[in-house]
Design a protein around this ligand. Structure first.
Ligand code: CP3
Length: 353
């Protein structure tokens, strides 16, 4: 199982880029940075092209998805594009009734709560993923030597939406289900693992040079529940893309106690949220895992000297790890001034690696 010889990671375009070098634990010539949610509402050019087009529809128009992915790369000179899509796109492409309601998030027509509900879920097909592959091909043709990062939602985070039917705070539905009806839970998690795994694989095969699994809501789990009821299905999602040679990153929020378990599902890089300093994250991981993170998104709205001092601290703390890619500790808040992001990128690139 390998990538095509004309894939950007194989034909010399991205293999030695700062991002891929750091993900592989090396020291690149400039310190790489990208931002989760760098594409999106913080950019006026995004708001302009999205006018009158629903979120999930915009993800399925290949030219538009490619354009939105490229916008922040052009504007900020970040070291990677993150593919513009959403973790619920595989559900939509499988035929599940799901929408993204502005200001709310993913909402399902019918929540999935029983073994029968799970058994009725439609299967995602390779064919349905064609608009994703096309958008990735268009994007990497423009990106040149800058890598594209593909992504997918981890089964727990996806299931958190599927069981509740909408965003929730404490994710009680899926956390109850894994104990009350472990069989139904395992079937749901396996369905989500395969849908996400296929979605990520489609992006990597079509030209993405790295992949990130988002388990954004894993922080609501105890370590014991994570290891027993969640990690096996996250590993199953990644089974779809192991051996391709593209570095894999695993990120969640509130996951300070889960970092080792998240690494152990079999990834190259761990994404750290803003709660834990990177030198402590590195200590917990035994000093052998490249890290990504972890500028506090709240500080993007603070006065520049405060933000600058924070970014320098993150750089210093990250130096302990075998490789460090700067990012935020979660996504760019929609109200962020994009000029601040550009300035943060310039600052990071100006510090000697
Ligand atoms: O730059 C990028 O990161 C672009 C691609 C991207 C989006 N969603 C676009 C998007 C990625 C990687 C995601 C992943 C995603 N989607 C996650 C994991 C990452 C995280 O933030 O924790 C989650 C939990 C979702 C589910 C989701 N989709 C939520 C909670 C929302 C916000 C709803 C709202 O309106 O506040 C979305 C919608 C969404 N996905 C937007 C974008 C740019 C905003 C929709 C819009 O612009 O109208």
């Amino acid at each position: 199982m390998t990538l095509n010889a004309s894939h950007p990671l194989m034909d010399g375009r991205t293999a030695d880029s700062p991002l891929i070098t750091a993900y592989r634990g090396g020291k690149p010539e400039r310190r790489p940075v990208w931002f989760m949610r760098q594409a999106g509402r913080s950019l006026p050019e995004y708001r302009e092209v999205r006018k009158g087009i629903a979120m999930l529809d915009s993800c399925l128009k290949p030219e538009l998805a490619a354009e939105i992915t490229l916008q922040p790369v052009r504007r900020h000179d970040v070291d990677a594009g993150i593919f513009f899509s959403d973790i619920v796109i595989p559900l939509k492409l499988a035929g599940v009734d799901v929408d993204i309601v502005p200001g709310v998030g993913p909402v399902l027509g019918t929540p999935i709560r029983t073994a029968e509900d799970v058994a009725r879920l439609p299967q995602l097909t390779e064919e349905a993923l064609e608009p994703i592959r096309e958008a990735v091909r268009l994007t990497v043709a423009e990106l040149g030597s800058k890598p594209l990062i593909g992504f997918a939602g981890a089964p727990f985070t996806l299931a958190a939406y599927m069981v509740e039917g909408r965003p929730s705070r404490d994710h009680l539905g899926p956390r109850t289900m894994m104990h009350a009806d472990p069989q139904a839970w395992n079937a749901l998690a396996a369905w989500a693992a395969d849908a996400s795994g296929m979605f990520l694989r489609a992006q990597l095969e079509a030209g993405a040079s790295a992949g990130q699994l988002f388990d954004s809501w894993a922080g609501s789990l105890s370590l014991a529940d994570y290891r027993r009821h969640v990690a096996p299905s996250s590993a199953r999602a990644l089974d779809h893309v192991r051996g391709l040679g593209a570095p894999l990153v695993h990120f969640g929020t509130g996951t300070s106690e889960l970092l080792v378990a998240m690494r152990d599902v079999g990834v190259d890089v761990v994404g750290v949220d803003y709660r834990l300093p990177l030198d402590e994250a590195n200590r917990r991981l035994g000093g052998t895992t490249p890290l990504q993170g972890n500028i506090d998104p709240a500080l993007l709205a603070a006065p520049w000297p405060v933000l600058e001092a924070h970014v320098r601290e993150v750089i210093a703390a990250g130096a302990a790890a075998p490789g460090h890619v700067l990012n935020l500790g979660h996504g760019v808040p929609p109200e962020t001034d994009p000029e601040v992001l550009t300035r943060v990128v310039k600052l990071i690139h100006s510090v000697e690696p």
